[in-house]
Design a binder for this molecule. Structure first.
Ligand SMILES: NC(=O)c1ccc[n+]([C@@H]2O[C@H](COP(=O)([O-])OP(=O)(O)OC[C@H]3O[C@@H](n4cnc5c(N)ncnc54)[C@H](O)[C@@H]3O)[C@@H](O)[C@H]2O)c1
Length: 252
């Protein structure tokens, strides 16, 4: 897939299961990858990429913290002057004892936290970096939603579903406004992927048999492959789209 090796790519949640795969693929394609995550894992993983001969740096930042995101943006702009590819992938689920909190028992604190990280975090990064893409007349924004934002979430709850549906509305409106400037904005909506996030919940063979035509969970590398396509030069006429990566579980 075509990608200029002068690209600067920033991936939030870049040290997580899906994020690492995305960063690895982008770095492999020659991009300079900025791994953003809430802990030192961002720096450690970027160091791993550098040791493997790729261009990468890690930045620790809570994506929901406006001041921290603004500070990060200043540093990135001073160092690189641009971000070509922005992948808003950081996300949380808040369950209780590993189980979904029922909609009518959801507390405001949990609601606010999930919206802050999953939705407002993406907004803060869009606000910080998309103006540079518009100026450059080239950019790729990819927002990591979820099947839970399309059809409701059986395992992660109403706050998670609302945040992921919010990303879809945000992406489409942004696509309306910046596509003419050569900036595409797209959404990836994974179904159930075999990652840390799903460990506590588990997925029965019966559920897979009944609901997932592909007959298995997805791999994080399969989500990363979609991100690579949307970030590529070739995807220039794809904007405002939702790429469902769910093994056929949901076919809109
Ligand atoms: N795993 C799945 O089945 C699945 C399905 C659909 C969508 N998704 C979405 O894909 C994305 C990646 O999920 P994953 O499965 O790799 O999960 P993960 O937990 O492995 O990765 C998420 C990463 O986001 C980081 N993060 C969380 N809060 C943050 C914050 N406030 N600031 C900065 N970083 C923060 C975490 O530290 C972690 O590294 C998420 O947005 C998730 O909602 C996952």
């Amino acid at each position: 897939m075509g990608m200029h090796d002068s690209r600067v790519a920033l991936v939030t949640g870049g040290a997580g299961s899906i994020g690492r795969q995305i960063c690895g693929r982008l770095a492999g394609a020659g991009a300079h990858v900025i791994v953003v995550d809430q802990s030192d894992r961002a720096v450690a993983f970027a160091a791993e990429l550098e040791e493997a001969g790729f261009k990468a740096e890690g930045m620790v930042c809570d994506v929901s913290d406006e001041a921290a995101v603004d500070l990060l943006a200043d540093r990135v702009k001073a160092r690189h002057g641009k971000v070509d590819i922005l992948i808003n992938n950081a996300g949380i689920v808040l369950r209780k004892q590993g189980r979904k909190v029922p909609a009518l028992q959801l507390g405001l604190d949990d609601w606010n936290r999930v919206l802050a990280v999953n939705l407002t975090g993406a907004f803060l990064f869009v606000r910080a970096f998309v103006p540079l893409m518009v100026d450059a007349r080239w950019g790729r924004v990819i927002n990591m939603s979820s099947m839970g934002g399309r059809v409701g979430s059986r395992i992660n709850g109403m706050h998670y579903s609302a945040s992921k549906a919010g990303l879809i509305g945000m992406s489409r409106t942004l696509a309306l406004e910046v596509s003419r400037a050569g900036v595409t904005v797209n959404v990836i909506a994974p179904g159930r992927i075999a990652t840390e996030m799903n460990k506590s919940e588990g997925t029965s063979d019966q559920l897979i048999d009944t609901f997932i035509p592909a007959g298995r969970l997805g791999g994080p590398e399969e989500v990363a492959a979609c991100a690579m396509y949307l970030a590529s030069d070739e995807a220039s006429y794809v904007t405002g789209a939702i790429l469902d990566v769910n093994g056929g579980w949901y076919m809109p």
